[in-house]
Design a protein around this ligand. Structure first.
Ligand code: TYD
Length: 211
């Protein structure tokens, strides 16, 4: 049995990561790998309910971070850990880096408290600290992302934030990537989709996970 693979997709709203989640899923399926495609906050009935609250209802930054981590705990135990134990590939649209970026960077919430919550929540029966094997970080200037999002649909609570918020989110993502460089592939998302896709699939092939 092949070992499980946990790959996450991150970036500011409008960076265009979601289409690449689907494309990478198709590539792994074609290679015959069993696969789970999921997202955060969400991925279980409980976590999807928490998503509705987190994306819709105003709350302070600590409450927001706790909701994100509560959803994550349920998702990790119900979906991600069992999938990895089966040897599946797990593709997850956002994970803990988003909490550091949005609640830490965007809202200015305490980074060390988030790091403590991360250790609590991501300790599982199988693993001292469950972390992604690879995080694809889609990087795009917040001004460009804002024009991509404009008029696309009714914005949720985060998408309605001003460009300065997303500047802080992007900086926090960059900090996470610097602090754990081996886990991250930083992808310039300000290019045609095909070029971005080549970088995505290249990062996975480089690690020997796709032929
Ligand atoms: P997103 O992943 O962009 O989904 P969609 O494509 O449906 O908009 O939406 C999730 C939002 O939640 C996004 O704005 C980032 C935010 N978020 C946090 O603030 N903290 C977190 O820990 C996570 C996982 C997401």
């Amino acid at each position: 049995m092949k070992p499980g693979l946990f790959i996450t997709f991150e970036g500011i709203d409008g960076a265009g990561k979601s289409t690449h989640v689907e494309a990478l899923a198709a590539a792994f399926r074609q290679a015959g790998r069993a696969l789970v495609v999921t997202r955060e906050p969400g991925g279980t009935p409980v976590a999807e309910q928490l998503r509705v609250l987190a994306l819709g209802a105003p709350m302070d930054a600590l409450a927001e971070a706790l909701v994100m981590f509560a959803a994550r705990r349920d998702h990790l135990l119900q979906v991600i850990e069992p999938a990895l134990a089966r040897g599946d590939v797990v593709l997850c649209d956002r994970f803990t880096d988003a909490t550091f970026a949005y609640q830490g960077g965007g809202r200015g919430f305490d980074w060390t408290v988030l790091a403590q919550l991360e250790r609590w929540v991501q300790r599982t029966p199988a693993c001292e600290l469950r972390e992604p094997h690879l995080t694809l970080l889609f990087e795009l200037a917040p001004e460009v992302a804002a024009t991509r999002l404009a008029g696309a649909r009714a914005p949720d609570k985060f998408e309605a934030e001003p460009v300065e918020f997303f500047r802080r989110v992007a900086q926090a993502y960059a900090r996470r990537a610097q602090e754990d460089a081996a886990r991250f592939a930083r992808i310039d998302a300000d290019r045609p989709r095909e070029a971005v896709w080549n970088s995505v699939v290249g990062a996975v092939r480089e690690r020997g996970w796709l032929a």
